[in-house]
Design a protein around this ligand. Structure first.
Ligand SMILES: [Zn+2]
Length: 101
């Protein structure tokens, strides 16, 4: 039985539990291990966005590769701090800047 389960059992049976330093260290290691599993960063993925219609100076509609659309009244995703797709969570990939602009 792992230390977390042992501690839970002791507390549920006796209402409280004390730990020696070895048990504490085991408990800490188990919690850190669990935390790493549970807080792993989301799978790194990207979501390509492209401007569908409009002018960045007067409002623009953007479509994402995952099938959603967003309208910005001013600027585009970058100017509106949309660095991650609100639908799929991927990092927003914007089209290369048009060199003629
Ligand atoms: Zn997306």
């Amino acid at each position: 039985m792992n230390m977390i389960s042992q501690l839970r059992q002791r507390v549920s049976e006796d209402g409280a539990a004390s730990l020696n330093i070895d048990e504490f260290n085991r408990l800490q290691t188990e919690w850190v291990t669990r935390a790493k599993i549970e807080v792993l960063p989301p799978v790194a993925r990207e979501c390509a966005w492209g401007m569908d219609d409009g002018d960045p100076d007067s409002g623009s509609m953007w479509n994402s590769a995952c099938g959603q659309s967003w309208f910005f009244y001013e600027g585009g995703p970058e100017e509106n701090n949309q660095h991650y797709c609100g639908n799929c969570g991927g990092k927003v990939l914007l089209p290369a800047q048009d060199p003629t602009l």
